[in-house]
Design a protein. Structure first.
Length: 117
């Protein structure tokens, strides 16, 4: 799980990113990101709807898997961003971890969240 300082707090922050964020779509998820110069750290939210998976156990497992991958990638972020990942498919529940990593990595690279070497 990512640290508390890197999580969203409240719906108004999410609403701002939904409205003003850059959108990158893939087959299994959508990434919305917005630069946030007012914060020291990037903030992340993973949204899994009941339409994706009816069981809360399944939704939470998807969320935990995505958060774990993001936790490992946090040092690579180029600046402070507010990022919302909206899961569109329940495939992430049973997807092998290397394929899950490839899907999310592709979203991050296309949104240019990583530092350039």
């Amino acid at each position: 799980m990512i640290p508390f300082k890197n999580r969203f707090h409240g719906h108004s922050s999410l609403r701002y990113v939904y409205k003003n964020g850059q959108v990158i779509r893939s087959r299994v998820a959508t990434l919305k990101s917005s630069p946030n110069s007012q914060r020291k750290d990037s903030r992340i939210a993973v949204v899994v709807s009941k339409k994706v998976h009816k069981s809360s156990v399944g939704r939470n497992r998807i969320r935990r898997r995505v958060y774990e991958y993001i936790r490992q990638q946090m040092p690579r972020f180029s600046q402070n961003f507010d990022v919302v990942i909206i899961v569109l498919s329940s495939e992430l529940l049973t997807m092998p971890s290397n394929e899950l990593a490839a899907q999310i990595e592709d979203l991050f690279e296309r949104s240019k969240l990583y530092k350039t070497p």
